[in-house]
Design a protein around this ligand. Structure first.
Ligand code: PLP
Length: 348
């Protein structure tokens, strides 16, 4: 049987033999006691690479976001963020239920918001108004289409954040996709924000884990909230070892994922009725609308699966295909053939 090609997400990757070896060799200790040498090494390394005082390893991107939110805010505060942000859209209502904060939603262009929009949304001191306590951006922006947050726009938002003394946080779940696509070093993005997080379990290919970085004082608060949410892990050096391996081996290669995503998008765009929503594709996410093909996304999902290709809908009309380190350029050609067969168009 031919292997399934899995374009549902960059979270589906399996640890490579080298990563498994690093996991096998990991020195461990009880991290809740701060005694796991591999976790400590990872946290020191990430803090240094991002130019922050400290960092904290957490089980998931969602926990990273919730912990960061809790560490920056109090119940009843307001957070300015883009409408399609993962924090607002995909975290099961945690923003309201866990952190108890209110979102002030901005409409971005492919997820990118402007400094002017942010400034216009800041509340002044008035008994009727919730205090604006945090500005939140996402880089790359997932629902926006894997959009890289342009550095100049981020700098402009940073100056609003500094002018009004409102902290700025970056959900950088796919930070390294942005760094590789825009050729911007991670510390350059990091310098523009008070705190940030990124995931090891997406394009970097580790099985589990995310990390939050910021000032020592912020990370001390985050540490307490991680414990509160049940995110204190014990001999978790086995996962930190995978994360360290990912930093050593899986960053530069993200360029291949971006190339594969562009190739896929280009071929999809040639199929009758298919529209690439995030054209031009910037990183590893391809969103495409199939509403004019006479087929809905659920039908496409099952037809693709029958032909060895896994791809997920994000609505009845739009599919998302994600490239990652377990998908080769040849797999992408096979995926293109599957789409051509389903849509019965020869293409190029
Ligand atoms: C931008 C962004 N933030 C946070 C997350 C959450 O990560 P996790 O699935 O590890 O909870 C995701 C996951 O896709 C994401 O795309």
């Amino acid at each position: 049987m031919t292997r399934m090609i899995d374009l549902r997400s960059d979270t589906v990757t399996k640890p490579s033999p080298g990563m498994r070896q690093a996991i096998f060799n990991a020195e461990v200790g009880d991290d809740v006691h701060g005694e796991d040498p591999t976790v400590n090494r990872l946290q020191e390394r990430v803090a240094a690479m991002l130019g922050k005082e400290a960092s904290l390893f957490v089980p998931s991107g969602t926990m990273a976001n919730q912990v960061a939110l809790l560490a920056h805010t109090r119940h009843g505060d307001e957070v300015i963020l883009e409408r399609g942000s993962h924090l607002f859209y995909y975290e099961a209502g945690g923003l309201a239920a866990v952190a108890g904060v209110q979102p002030f939603l901005l409409d971005g262009r492919r997820g990118i918001i402007e400094a002017e929009q942010v400034e216009q949304s800041i509340r002044f001191a008035d008994v009727h108004l919730p205090p604006t306590r945090l500005i939140w951006i996402e880089n790359t922006h997932n629902r926006g289409g894997g959009t890289v947050f342009p550095l100049e726009k981020l700098r402009a938002i940073r100056s609003v954040s500094l002018n009004y003394s409102i902290p700025l946080h970056m959900d950088g779940a796919r930070l390294f996709n942005a760094c590789v696509a825009a050729d911007v070093p991670p510390e350059e993005y990091s310098r523009q924000v008070d705190s940030l997080n990124f995931c090891f379990s997406k394009g970097l290919g580790a099985p589990v884990g995310s990390i939050i970085a910021g000032s020592a004082e912020f990370i001390t608060r985050a540490h307490r909230y991680r414990k509160m949410l049940g995110g204190g892990m014990r001999q978790v050096g086995i996962l930190a070892a995978a994360a360290l391996y990912a930093l050593d081996h899986n960053i530069e290669r993200l360029a291949e994922d971006h190339k594969n995503a562009k190739r896929l998008a280009g071929a999809l765009a040639e199929l009758d009725g298919v529209k690439v929503v995030n054209d031009p594709v910037e990183t590893n996410l391809v969103y495409f609308d199939v509403s004019r093909t006479g087929m809905n996304t659920l039908e496409l999902k099952s037809e693709s699966a029958e032909r060895g290709l896994l791809v997920d809908p994000i609505s009845f009309t739009t599919m998302r295909a994600v490239t990652h380190l377990d998908v080769s350029a040849d797999d992408i050609e096979r995926a293109i053939e599957v789409f051509r067969t389903i849509f019965k168009r020869p293409g190029k």
